[in-house]
Design a binder for this molecule. Sequence first.
Ligand SMILES: *[C@@H]1O[C@H](CO)[C@@H](O)[C@H](O)[C@H]1NC(C)=O
Ligand SMILES: *[C@@H]1O[C@H](CO)[C@@H](O)[C@H](O)[C@H]1NC(C)=O
Length: 224
Amino acid sequence: MASRKAILSLLLALALSVRGLESDDLSAQLEAIPDSDFVFTPTPSNVISAGGASQRRTSREWEALSGLGISQTSFTLQPCGLRAPHIHQMATGLLYAIDAKALVVGFVQENGTSVENTIASGASAVFPQGLVHYQFNNACEPATYTITYNNAEGGTVNIVPALMKLPKAVVMSALGVNETIYEAIVGEAPTTNFIQGPAECLQRCGGSSETSLASVAGRRLLEV
Ligand SMILES: *[C@@H]1O[C@H](CO)[C@@H](O)[C@H](O)[C@H]1NC(C)=O
Ligand SMILES: *[C@@H]1O[C@H](CO)[C@@H](O)[C@H](O)[C@H]1NC(C)=O
């Protein structure tokens, strides 16, 4: 009994000293960072394609985030723009809609149930770690939002390009299609993070999809 107690208190002391060491290391690391490196102004969008643009703030772009377990990305989705289905293998994402009229946010639960909501400016949405999710701007004006991740690196994997990298026979069987259909799908599937949205939306928005991407990419976020 006594020895069990002794072992427990030894383990506790060990755990506390390891924690102390880690936080001392982190404090020293933080103290070495110049004041101006605790803020970050992104350069023009570092991920951009038809449909939208984003600016990442991970430890790769912003050294001060190292060890803090947090990162963030800001987004501008064009009218009808889609952030393609993807996962973050290392993080849950917390979205905040800065300027949005009809931002569709959705993911698929582990048991296959689909979750979909439409939000507007001022609302938040959560994407649990590891689940396939997307954002779709179902409005005729650009949508801006940020997503904050509980990891210095989200670990992003786009689903469709990843699927298309699997062996042809595997993909054909998985989708239940023959070679003709497979070639058509692989030939046409977009591989970019952002995609210009469905024809129905583009028609409804009456050509506002023609808005030059450069005119909105990232700029609205910087003005906020
Ligand atoms: C997933 O779980 C929820 C809650 O238990 C249930 O309502 C739903 O029917 C399940 N979906 C499937 C496809 O099993
Ligand atoms: C492939 O599948 C499509 C759709 O089922 C069918 O129309 C087409 O004839 C098939 N092509 C070949 C070469 O079997």
